[in-house]
Design a protein around this ligand. Structure first.
Ligand SMILES: Nc1ncnc2c1ncn2[C@@H]1O[C@H](COP(=O)(O)OP(=O)(O)OP(=O)(O)O)[C@@H](O)[C@H]1O
Length: 302
């Protein structure tokens, strides 16, 4: 069984800028996979290469075993991309947009599936509305429908929930989850890390064009992230004895590392000994955001 997505030594240069610097990655069929990274890390460039919109400077990429350059048509037929940017012809209706996209893939009688897509994405009552009359969130739903019109086994979503309301997010994830359960492979990029943590079994983190972490989500949480104590103090000064534990500050509160709960008493005692008063206190379980921030600070695998 070929990998859903396979990248080998993938590199991309824009003049002197190296957007991708030798990325190796395999996403298996049926995975729900997150590709994370800060702005400019190379996520969209990687997706553009997969979709055949940009040529790699070196290395290769394939979708379901089809090389994205040598076997462009087969690779493209196996891939559905929900792009970041909303670009449409404003004069078509929603249905026409989807029929047009079906035609691009040589699908003439696709109305049954188009109706199903409209239904799942809560767009049925907008089927005959012109694209220019839709709100941003509705346009985004059409983008999703457009990417799925040919029932591709591999679905790539590039920040699909940026600027999208809670209701649409939930509708969208419910539908994408269903598709994943049916066997579709999902590659997701997002800046909402709690979304990735909840949905994705495996995560790759990109930093300046390189993969700096790649593992199952659960392993990343176990290996890198620590429990944190969040302390709000009056006066807002951390006692000298706790300086070594400080890992950050968030909204005026100190974040201290906590290896296990037995340490808690000693830690609070040190605040009292220094004459400090505790105004707020909570223990935070490790989350993907913490792993991400740690990795981006330079702590990740090379
Ligand atoms: N057509 C282009 N010409 C020149 N530089 C480009 C081009 N496209 C992307 N870049 C540069 O390549 C780098 C990677 O960009 P890319 O859009 O892939 O990042 P990203 O991870 O998708 O970021 P974001 O989270 O902001 O979407 C950036 O430094 C960007 O400025």
């Amino acid at each position: 069984m070929p990998a859903a997505i396979r990248l080998q030594g993938l590199a991309k240069r824009f003049g002197r800028l190296e957007a991708l610097r030798g990325v190796d990655l395999e996403v298996e069929q049926g995975e729900f996979f997150a590709l994370l990274g800060p702005n400019g890390a190379g996520k969209t460039t990687l997706i553009s290469i997969l979709a055949g919109l940009t040529r790699a400077s070196a290395g290769s990429a394939s979708v379901m075993g089809y090389d994205v350059v040598r076997q462009y048509r087969e690779a493209r037929r196996n891939l559905g991309v929900v792009p970041q940017e909303l670009v449409f012809d404003p004069f078509f209706t929603v249905r026409e947009t989807l029929q047009f996209q079906s035609g691009y893939f040589g699908l003439r009688r696709n109305d049954g599936w188009i109706d199903a897509l409209l239904h799942h994405l809560n767009l049925s009552d907008k089927a005959d509305t012109n694209m220019r009359r839709l709100s941003g969130g509705m346009k985004r739903r059409v983008l999703v429908a457009q990417a799925l019109v040919h029932k591709p086994p591999v679905i790539v979503l590039d920040e699909p929930t940026a600027g999208v309301d809670v209701e649409l997010r939930q509708t969208l994830w419910q539908f994408i989850r269903e598709l994943n359960h049916q066997g579709h492979t999902i590659l997701l990029t997002t800046h909402y890390l709690e979304e990735a943590e909840e949905l994705c079994e495996r995560v790759a983190m990109l930093k300046a064009g390189r993969i700096v972490a790649l593992d199952r989500t659960a392993n990343l949480l176990r290996a890198d992230a620590q429990r944190r104590v969040e302390l709000r103090l009056n006066p807002p000064q951390l006692p000298e004895a706790l300086r070594g534990r400080l890992v950050g500050e968030r909204d005026g509160a100190f974040l201290l590392s906590l290896r296990d709960f037995d340490e808690l008493e000693g830690l609070l005692a040190k605040v009292r000994e220094a004459g400090g008063q505790i105004e707020g206190f909570c223990v935070r379980e490790p989350d993907l955001e913490e792993v991400f921030l740690q990795t981006m600070r330079g702590g990740g695998q090379a």
